[in-house]
Design a protein around this ligand. Structure first.
Ligand code: KET
Length: 415
């Protein structure tokens, strides 16, 4: 070391990492001064005036919370606010869930859906009896962060076929064949509903066949549920696949997020639910979730969980929330219809655009090439991920025409 001085680590070995592919779009959009710019990048709901929407039911719950004379800022228990985790488990697994009734669900409050994925992956990494090396199978494509989340805990992420670019739909045959060919007891990540980024979900009949293979092969289902309510506008409907797997006793866990369906993005409200085979196992699992959580975050943040707990445990607020979800899902469906109409009837954009109305949830996978996506970003000020995913929630009655026209030009190579 120079001058005989001993230096502490100076990070000369740290490589510069590229910015996050989704969040960099939000930043670029913010900096863009073009008046007609459109943000279709991050999956965050916007109202028809392109404003973030604080759900009316969240405003009500906040008021109740703030007026509560007993409100304090003490630590929550390590695995979270019990009134929240219990109600959250019921929301995804169902009021009459056999797993809840028999006390086999271990729940932990997490830092939103990302934290649930992380804790679930960490738990698997520590305790799952992998058949060989630690591997998880992810849909191709999937939410990009899944890869990093599993790598972080020493699980190698591999993919299974899911999407067929030719049909812009589910590659069901290849998906099922791959599930059958994986080693027994493989860990497989499934999107519970409103698949990100494709907007393509299996039908109930297809879920049934997927479930058959999971049972036959003893696979472990790692469900990620970040969009309950956003697929169909109905919370129970969107939880169907998870509940069916529980009913048929596939070993599984569920990662849950209230970022999107309650508009609580920044409050980081999530939960991990592990369904165990017996009450006794559930107790041991929960004890380990507690140990893992303690070392990472000590205990989760209280505010968002209190809001969601109020909403889930008060029948009036719960009904109001369901109406708010319908408002969001309904506006997105409306935008799908308008975009489809503009592309097919008015602009007569080359290609088939049926997938715009057939795909569900917050996203649409347009099927355009990375070059066309880039042209939209660079020349039309329309921000979307390179894979051609658009967040439908970023469209509204004011910008849908500009977007349709820009997409039309990109497809024709005129941008
Ligand atoms: N799972 C999926 C499938 C998902 O799309 C997201 C977020 C999450 C989990 C985590 O969300 P959280 O806010 O931690 O509850 N997706 C959007 C935002 C992001 O990338 O973080 C997105 O794809 O735009």
């Amino acid at each position: 070391m120079s001058n005989g001085t001993i230096h502490a680590e100076t990070w000369s070995q740290v490589p510069l990492a590229p910015p996050d592919s989704i969040f960099k779009l939000s930043a670029a959009y913010k900096d863009d001064t073009f008046p007609n710019k459109v943000n279709l990048g991050v999956g965050a709901y916007r109202d028809d005036d392109n404003k973030p929407w604080v759900l009316p039911v969240v405003k009500k719950a906040t008021k109740i919370l703030l007026e509560d004379p007993n409100l304090d800022h003490e630590y929550l228990p390590i695995t979270g606010l019990p009134s929240y985790t219990t109600a959250a488990a019921k929301l995804i697994l169902g009021e009459d869930s056999p797993a809840i009734a028999s006390g086999r669900v271990s729940s932990a409050q997490t830092i939103s859906g990302t934290g649930a994925n992380h804790l679930g992956a960490l738990f698997l990494s520590r305790f799952y009896q992998f058949n060989g090396d630690k591997k998880v199978y992810l849909s191709d494509p999937t939410w990009v962060n899944h890869f990093a989340i599993f790598r972080n805990v020493g699980i190698d992420p591999l993919t299974y076929p899911y999407y067929d670019p030719k049909t812009i739909g589910l590659a069901f045959g290849a998906f099922l064949d791959t599930l059958k060919s994986l080693p027994e007891r493989s860990a497989v990540l499934l999107h519970a509903c409103a698949h990100n980024p494709t907007g393509v979900d299996p039908s109930r009949e297809q879920w049934g066949q997927i479930c058959d293979v999971f049972l036959a092969k003893g696979h472990y289902a790692f469900f990620d549920c970040a969009y309950q309510g956003f697929a169909s506008g109905d919370l129970d409907n969107d939880a169907w696949a998870v509940r069916e797997f529980v009913r048929r006793e596939v070993p599984l866990l569920v990662c849950q997020s209230f970022a999107k369906n309650a508009g609580l993005y920044g409050e980081r409200v999530g939960a991990l639910h592990i369904v165990a085979p017996t009450v006794e196992t559930a107790g041991r699992v929960k004890s380990q979730l507690s140990v893992l959580t303690r070392s990472e975050i000590s205990n989760p943040p209280a505010y968002g969980a209190r809001i969601v707990s109020l909403i889930l445990n008060n029948p009036e607020l719960f009904d109001e929330w369901k109406r708010d979800i319908k408002t969001m899902a309904g506006r997105i469906i409306q935008m799908r219809k308008e975009l489809y109409k503009l592309l097919t009837e008015e602009l007569k954009t080359p290609g088939n655009w049926d997938h715009i109305i057939n795909q569900i949830g917050m996203f649409s996978f347009t099927g355009i090439s990375p070059d066309q996506s880039q042209a939209l970003v660079e020349k039309a000020h329309v921000y979307l991920t390179q894979n051609g995913r658009i967040s439908m929630a970023g469209l509204n009655s004011h910008n849908v025409r500009y977007f349709a026209e820009s997409l039309d030009r990109a497809v024709r190579g005129d941008l």
